[in-house]
Every structure is written in C-alpha cells, then in structure tokens.
Ligand binder design. Structure first.
Ligand SMILES: NC(=O)c1ccc[n+]([C@@H]2O[C@H](COP(=O)([O-])OP(=O)(O)OC[C@H]3O[C@@H](n4cnc5c(N)ncnc54)[C@H](O)[C@@H]3O)[C@@H](O)[C@H]2O)c1
Length: 355
C-alpha cells in the first residue's frame, strides 16, 4: 500500500471545485441521477459546467420525496427511462464524454424480496450500460458499487474490520452479489477498450435529503431519526452492534465527480468511506438528544444484514487525492436539523405506521 501520509488531499469546497473545472462543457450521462447520490452528483457536475443528462426510471420514491431531491432545478436534461432499454441507452450515450452508472435496485432487503427485479436492474441493466458505453466510446465510466461486496470480511468472528480493496470478497446478499457482478463485468467489458473505468465502493451513504424506503433495513441515520421524529422507538436490529462507515452524500458526490477526472483512478477500485467505524447503537445515541423522550428497542437482525466494517482509505487519498470532509457527528446534526425544517420528508407510510 502506498504511503499516503504526505499526499495533499482535498476535503471539499474550492479545491474540489477547481479540479472539477476539467468537466466544464463535458457531456456526462448519469444513470440513476434521480436518486439520492445521483441528484447530489448532478448538482456538483452542473456547478462545474458539465452538460448533464440523467436516465432514471424515477420510481424508487414517491413524488413528495423526489421533489426534495430538487433535480428539476439543476438544469440537467432528464429522461425517464430504464437502463435495460437498449434503444434509449444507445441514443442517450451517443456523444457522451463520461458516464456515471449509479442506477440500481438499491436496497438490500428489497433485493432479497425481489431477486428478479435486482437481476434485471443491477445485472441486465448494467450489461446494457457497459456495452453501450463501450460502443459510444466514452472516455470514462464510473461504476457506483458498494461496500456490501465485503460482507463480514475475512473473519467474521473477529468482529467489524477494516475493509481493503484487495481482500477476498464474500457478498452476503442478493444486492451485494449483484453489485460484485457489476464490478467484474465492468473490468471484463471495458478493460482493454477505449473507455477507462473506475469502480467506487461506497460505504453507508447518509445525509439530507435521504428518506427511507418501506421494508428496508438500510440507511440508519434516516430511519432512526424519522422513527424518533414520529414518536416511535428507534429499532436497533440485533441490538445495534453492527458497524457502519457513515459517509455523507455530499462527500460521496465529490468522490464520484473526482473519479471522472483523476488520471490515477483509471482501472482502479476505490473505497469511498471515512475509515471511521460507528455502531448503529452509537448512531441512535447521537440522534436521541435531539428528540427528548425517545427510546431504543432491540429487534431481530434481518437476513443479509452484515456485521459491517469500515473503509481502508489509503487508495482514496492516493488516487483521488481526496478525503471526506463531514464527520459523523456533524452529518447527523445536519440531518436532524434538516428533518426539523422539512417535516414533509417523513413519508406517509411511516406516519401511518406510527398512528
Ligand atoms: N445509499 C447507499 O448507502 C449506497 C451504498 C453503497 C452503494 N450505493 C449505490 O449507489 C448508487 C446510488 O444509490 P442511491 O442511494 O442514490 O439509491 P437511490 O435508490 O436513491 O437511487 C437509485 C436510482 O436508480 C434508479 N433506478 C433503479 N432501477 C433503474 C433502472 N432499471 N433504470 C433506470 N433507473 C433505475 C431509481 O429510480 C433511483 O432514482 C446505487 O448503485 C447503489 O447501489 C448506495
């Protein structure tokens, strides 16, 4: 592993913006640009002067949630469609300089319940995106993958560990398996083509305007905050011993945009996380003081819910010359403040469950 202690790294703001100026005028397609990460990325790319096209089914959230993402205000061309639709993808990718593939059936529990949808979106759709990216001759594709590919790491009995990009991968869920397939397929299709690629393994993304999906057990900050907000106990699956590396969506967007421009990132797989482990119980303890009277209960640990771990960050520092800017305490406070100012963010189904 390279010694990265002296590598100058950008955190956020002006330094990142200066490096993203390389994207001014570039034609960038963002699949899944209507989602949480995608919409934040589109905002950053538009601020850098990129010409952005979004391809998204727009059905992952109800309209009230989607309006919180503010995509329509960003000046991107938005096409409502499916990444499995080859004719649409081919048409949109023609002339693209860069592609970010973030569209996915992006929920662990939903993929377990509906492996058919997971297969279609995350496998078949990714195949179409990769083939059409190569065909269009785009300069680079960035694949949004997931730390879920690590599962519980090399030795689950040791408890939560640091996950290095080059360690053996043991996906524990349909979702994780589909993301790992996407990683390998990206290398197989784009390796040796005219299109460079970078695989990013996001750890646990959080931050406003994240809204939980029904039946999901992911996205702890949003889930626990909203449960506390509507007066329900915060449910800690398995007592909340699982560890997550919580990385703010603003940081994830910055890392993804930098992966489009940093030369050293070509052909590499890079963790996007803070390197700091936080247990689910600790997340609840950060949220609780904002909701006097809130309490926690222990619930069973669902299938496919990993014990978790935290990111090795050396590659991210060396190859993207970047490190996350938002620490978990600050990020959780920002989320809780946003939720207080945005009560309509609590979805109807969650309010009804609380009644
Ligand atoms: N949020 C996290 O914690 C996290 C962690 C690791 C990796 N990721 C990955 O990051 C990416 C973005 O995740 P997110 O959190 O923004 O999820 P999200 O659900 O908010 O966004 C995904 C978007 O993809 C769209 N989509 C789904 N299937 C599609 C299809 N077949 N065709 C076109 N669009 C489709 C959805 O409508 C949605 O807008 C995903 O690839 C996900 O697997 C997310």
């Amino acid at each position: 592993m390279p010694d990265t202690s002296n590598v100058p790294v950008a955190r956020a703001g002006a330094e990142v913006a200066a490096r993203l100026a390389a994207l001014s005028g570039a034609r960038v397609v963002v699949t899944g640009g209507g989602g949480l990460v995608g919409s934040r990325l589109v905002a950053l790319l538009r601020a850098a002067g990129a010409d952005v096209t979004v391809l998204d089914r727009m059905d992952a959230y109800p309209g009230t949630t989607r309006s919180l993402f503010g995509l329509e205000r960003l000046g991107a061309r938005v096409v409502v469609g499916d990444v499995c639709d080859r004719a649409v993808v081919r048409n949109l990718f023609a002339g693209a300089d860069r592609v970010v593939h973030a569209a996915a059936y992006a929920d662990v529990a939903a993929c377990t319940r509906r492996p058919d949808i997971a297969f279609r979106a995350n496998v078949q759709g990714t195949q179409v995106v990769l083939e059409e990216t190569a065909r269009a001759g785009a300069g680079r594709l960035v694949l949004a993958s997931s730390a879920a590919v690590y599962g519980d790491g090399e030795d689950a009995a040791r408890g939560p560990q640091e996950f290095r990009e080059d360690q053996p991968l043991v996906p524990l869920s349909v979702y994780a398996n589909s993301k790992l397939w996407g990683e390998h397929q990206t290398r197989l299709i784009l390796g040796g083509s005219d299109t460079e690629y970078t695989v990013l393994r996001y750890f646990s993304v959080y931050g406003d305007p994240q809204v939980p999906k029904p039946g999901s057990h992911s996205w702890m900050v949003a889930w626990l905050s909203m449960q506390a907000r509507v007066g329900r106990p915060m449910r800690l699956n398995g007592g909340g011993v699982q560890v997550r590396d919580l990385v703010h969506v603003e940081d994830v967007a910055a890392a993804t945009a930098l992966a489009l421009v940093e030369e050293e990132a070509a052909g590499r797989t890079i963790n996007v996380g803070t390197g700091v482990p936080t247990s689910v119980r600790e997340v609840a303890e950060l949220i609780a003081p904002h909701f006097p009277g809130s309490r926690c209960i222990t619930t069973p640990r669902p299938e496919g819910d990993p014990l978790g771990g935290y990111a090795a960050t050396a590659r991210c520092r060396a190859l993207l010359r970047w490190t996350p800017a938002i620490a978990v305490r600050e990020g959780v406070e920002r989320y809780v403040r946003w939720l207080a100012a945005t009560p309509q963010a609590v979805p109807d189904w969650l309010t009804e469950q609380a009644a």
